[in-house]
Design a protein around this ligand. Structure first.
Ligand SMILES: NC(=O)c1ccc[n+]([C@@H]2O[C@H](COP(=O)([O-])OP(=O)(O)OC[C@H]3O[C@@H](n4cnc5c(N)ncnc54)[C@H](OP(=O)(O)O)[C@@H]3O)[C@@H](O)[C@H]2O)c1
Length: 264
């Protein structure tokens, strides 16, 4: 297969949205990319697109919430790439937290994919990175991880858990020469947010988000928050009294946008 020889990177959740945009951009920048998600057809199409442009891409169907499956699919990608320099653990799910009925299965799914899925993905690459004495691990979290939001408790919990997991890991992996980055975007136009029927503040295209993420990773930004306007808004919201936040989000909670397909 033709292609430039570059850094070897695995991107989880590469079939759509931010992960897909990252894969295209990174392949253009000379990375050899390993694509992982559950939708084989979308991955195969993407890999063909990248190869048609002269890039190098491999794909594997994988479900990051299933530890054995995640490890096996990541291993096969590492074998095809012939190693690993960078993991971008991007796969994620989002759904509102409802009260009646209390949708526990959705909360479980978000914790499994958004938190455990990242941990399993890291488990797959860590031994190789420790052995070779270098590597970089980035996880796509969210600006929503800095404040528990009414109607978004499960999602915000999964992302704030991810933030502190990555923070601890970053400090622990310093002496091993493995860089760790937490990526916290605001609203991005992707299939995940396509169901939102409200005006998303400072929403950006997936291509633009991918550009900022790659730049942040290349500059080894510890916690990348963008855009700054939404980042500032989240800080302001975290200082507001509960009654104000409840009032502001009341309309949203009366009819929250549900994902097109069930999470489980
Ligand atoms: N869009 C936003 O506004 C926004 C803002 C902040 C953070 N984020 C985060 O950005 C990341 C990417 O989201 P997105 O907006 O690009 O949404 P998206 O288009 O829905 O992409 C999610 C990706 O995750 C994959 N995925 C989901 N469950 C998986 C599983 N169990 N195993 C493997 N792959 C799985 C999906 O592929 P398959 O369905 O093919 O498996 C898809 O490729 C997520 O972590 C999300 O929380 C998004």
């Amino acid at each position: 297969m033709s292609g430039k020889v570059g850094k070897k990177a695995i991107i989880t959740g590469a079939s759509t949205g931010i992960g897909r945009a990252l894969a295209v951009l990174m392949a253009r920048e000379g990375f050899q990319v390993g694509l992982l998600a559950r939708n084989s057809q979308l991955l195969e199409t993407l890999a063909l697109e990248i190869r048609a442009e002269g890039g190098t891409a491999y794909w594997a169907r994988g479900d990051v919430k299933d530890r054995e499956n995640a490890l096996a699919s990541m291993k096969s990608l590492m074998e095809e790439l012939g190693g690993i320099d960078l993991l971008i653990a991007n796969a994620g799910l989002g759904a509102p937290t409802l009260i009646d009925p209390f949708n526990v299965a959705d909360q479980e799914a978000m914790i499994r994919v958004n938190l455990l899925g990242v941990i399993y993905s890291i488990e797959a690459v860590l031994p190789a990175m420790v052995n070779q004495g270098h590597g970089q691990i980035a996880a796509v979290s969210s600006l929503a991880g800095f404040k528990g939001l009414p109607g978004e408790s499960g999602y915000t919990a999964s992302k704030s858990g991810l933030n502190t997991f990555m923070e601890g890991l970053r400090i622990q992996l310093r002496p091993k020469n493995i860089k760790v980055n937490t990526i916290c975007p605001g609203f991005v136009k992707t299939p995940m947010t396509a169901v939102n029927d409200f005006k998303m503040p400072w929403v950006m295209e997936a291509d633009e988000a991918a550009r900022r993420i790659l730049k942040g990773i290349q500059r080894n930004v510890k916690v990348l928050r963008f855009p700054w306007q939404t980042s500032l808004l989240m800080r302001l919201i975290s200082w507001l009294p509960d009654w104000v936040v409840e009032k502001v989000m009341r309309d949203y909670n009366q009819n929250p946008p549900m994902p097109k397909s069930p999470l489980t």
